[in-house]
Design a protein around this ligand. Structure first.
Ligand SMILES: C[S@@+](CC[C@H](N)C(=O)[O-])C[C@H]1O[C@@H](n2cnc3c(N)ncnc32)[C@H](O)[C@@H]1O
Length: 188
């Protein structure tokens, strides 16, 4: 991946990207550390960008055919399609998760991984994206979210409404910028 592609996108949509650099290996590892490959269900990635978390998911043993990606930037979608041809990659807005997945014939996901910079969004959009994600998440699964601030960016009331528990996963200190990871696990 050329940094030029990332930087051009950053200049066009700084708040949509939320970071001056793509996610590093330590952060990617932290984001997927709780995920166990299961045989059946789908794993959803929101805001995959250049695919650092996607690569970590595939390394973890998630079959690419089970990976669904929703990414807003057409340039990143083209890059992801060329690097992960077996994944289902949709150019779209994460606020429409349920509609997008239903149109693919998918009613629920085992796990959700999100690189979307929720902290850079207004509260209404943040809530709408998380609510959609929790609606499609299977009980027992988690919605894992990166944050570039030392606070969880998944709204507490949305977590409570969808019967989830907040779990702190750790800090990737070597990431640029350092990143915090929380997940919300949906109770069975
Ligand atoms: C911090 S970047 C992800 C970085 C990624 N982990 C990587 O290493 O390249 C956030 C990504 O979320 C995407 N994004 C932001 N808002 C979105 C939305 N509402 N729906 C889908 N994708 C979105 C951006 O286009 C960007 O690619």
């Amino acid at each position: 991946m050329s940094y030029g592609l990332w930087f051009r996108n950053y200049l066009k949509h700084p708040l949509q990207l939320g970071a001056l650099f793509p996610s590093g290996a330590a952060l990617s590892k932290l984001m997927v550390q709780h995920i166990q490959p299961r045989n059946s269900g789908h794993v959803l990635e929101l805001g995959a960008g250049t695919g650092s978390f996607t690569k970590a998911l595939v390394r973890k043993g998630i079959a690419p055919e089970k990976l669904i990606i929703i990414e807003q930037s057409p340039e990143f979608v083209a890059l992801l399609k060329s690097n992960f041809p077996a994944c289902t990659i949709v150019e779209g807005d994460a606020r429409n998760v349920v509609e997008i997945l239903n149109s693919l014939g998918i009613e629920e996901c085992d796990e959700i991984v999100s690189g979307i910079p929720l902290n850079a969004m207004n509260a209404g959009l943040r809530k709408a994206i998380c609510s959609e994600a929790f609606t499609i998440l299977k009980p027992g699964g988690s919605f894992v979210q990166v944050s570039y601030l030392p606070r969880c960016s998944i709204p507490s009331d949305t977590m409570a409404y969808h019967n989830t528990n907040k779990i702190f996963c750790g800090i990737a200190v070597t990431n640029l910028p350092p990143a915090f990871v929380w997940r919300a696990r949906k109770n069975d």
